[in-house]
Write a protein that binds this ligand. Structure first.
Ligand SMILES: [Zn+2]
Ligand SMILES: [Zn+2]
Length: 425
């Protein structure tokens, strides 16, 4: 998926050539003699909508935080070194656009633009018009191809050769574009509408899933918890709790020693009974609300200029996330990156594997995955995508001067870091 061009302008020249070739080629060589003028007019309308939505997807900006932005209550205070500005939740600095992008999904080389908060609807609409138009072309050209097959016993002089060459040449190209865009569109719909996530958040979520069993992850949670609440992370038994409060033992003496997990290393930071499913992603509001928050009211969906009404600085959190304690940590709970200092990751694996009566192969596979010990800046998903491949400028993230402090938290460092940045801003 990670594509970058030596000359970025190629990213829009190649699709433009494809749109022109498929659209006008099919019309000139095939549709003029096989569609009535009304259908030809409709086809030109579809093609125009592809061009219009493409131009809007190229030029409509994804949105950036205003200078002097101050984070909202209860979110990570993240500093962008390049914009010298605080980043709102869900935003990242794009290395190609050279600015912070609100609710950044990814940098798209085919539009030379980021897909983000203000233009997600425009990007999706472009994909939809391409699917509709290439689908229409595919049906019409396939009809011609079937007819050639049925008339294969006709003498050669009765067959329009230029039309036949156009069908043979354009049909596979059209199918390739159609299939590629359908796959991309389905990926976007699953992420935006079903999960309420951007592509970067899906990536982040997969990273957490791959690292949640490690000491590194839980040491970071411990540090974040201490910064926020100014006390040690209690012994967790389970994160999720049906009784509104997170389930943990404030008092270690009361801990249940008859636990079946008596083979766990006592020095480990990793909670005994804790799975990735206990983490709640805060911005998933349910399918309908996810669509409306990204694309605006239903009557605007088809309009070329329709889009979201929200600011992109502050996002509604799901009721489930608010009700569950989640240790009072905003998402992602490890703050989106790991501090230095505990790089020598030791899985509690060795001791545990020896004691494992019935090996859990899924867990075993996770632990043996070399990515479980990788830093966030190096981690890649199953498709081999790193954060850099999605367009994020890792150098703009302020990992040296820890700024992962929740606004309104009890951290001692809060004022220090704030004043340090006020002087540099
Ligand atoms: Zn920035
Ligand atoms: Zn970008």
């Amino acid at each position: 998926m990670a594509i970058s061009f030596k000359w970025p302008i190629l990213g829009v020249i190649v699709p433009s050539i494809l749109i022109g070739m498929i659209g006008y080629g099919s019309h000139y060589f095939v549709f003029t003699s096989h569609l009535n003028s009304r259908d030809q007019l409709w086809f030109e309308f579809y093609l125009s909508m592809v061009w219009i939505s493409y131009i809007i997807a190229i030029f409509k900006q994804p949105g950036s935080p205003p200078h002097g932005f101050q984070p909202n209550q209860g979110e990570w205070r993240r500093w962008c070194k390049k914009c010298k500005n605080y980043k709102p939740e869900r935003s990242h600095h794009c290395k190609s656009c050279k600015k912070c992008v609100l609710q950044m999904d990814h940098h798209c080389p085919w539009t030379m633009n980021c897909v983000g908060h203000d233009n997600i609807a425009h990007f999706l609409r472009f994909l939809l018009w391409v699917i509709w138009t290439t689908g229409y072309v595919m049906i019409q050209l396939s009809k011609r191809a079937i007819q050639y097959y049925e008339e294969s016993n006709l003498p050669a002089y009765l067959i329009n050769k230029s039309e036949m060459i156009a069908v043979i040449f354009l049909l596979p190209i059209d199918f390739f574009v159609f299939a590629t865009i359908v796959v991309l569109f389905i990926r976007c719909v699953i992420n935006f509408f079903f999960k309420g996530m951007t592509q970067i958040e899906v990536w982040e979520s997969e990273r957490i899933e791959g690292q949640i069993h490690t000491e590194r992850f839980w040491n970071q949670i411990k540090r974040n918890y201490f910064r926020l609440h100014n006390k040690e992370l209690p012994r967790l038994t389970s994160w999720r709790n049906e009784n509104e409060r997170t389930n943990y033992d404030e008092n270690d003496e009361d801990k249940d020693t008859s636990s079946t997990n008596n083979d766990i290393n006592e020095n480990s930071s990793v909670p005994e009974e804790f799975t990735f499913d206990d983490l709640i992603f805060p911005y998933d509001l349910g399918i309908w609300n996810n669509i409306v928050s990204n694309c605006g009211s239903p009557w605007k969906w088809i309009l070329p200029w329709g889009g979201t009404n929200s600011s992109g600085y502050k996002f509604e959190k799901s009721g489930e996330f608010i009700e569950d304690d989640q240790l009072g940590l905003p998402w992602p709970p490890d703050g989106g990156h790991q501090e230095n200092g505990d790089g020598g990751e030791i899985n509690r694996g060795d001791i545990e594997l020896q004691n494992m009566r019935r090996p859990n192969y899924r867990l075993l596979k996770k632990r043996l995955d070399p990515r479980s010990t990788m830093k966030r800046t190096e981690w890649m998903n199953d498709l081999g995508e790193t954060l850099d491949d999605l367009g994020v400028d890792i150098d703009a993230e302020d990992t040296d001067n820890e700024e992962l402090i929740v606004v309104g938290g009890n951290s001692n460092n809060d004022n220090d870091n704030n004043s340090a940045h006020n002087t540099t801003a």
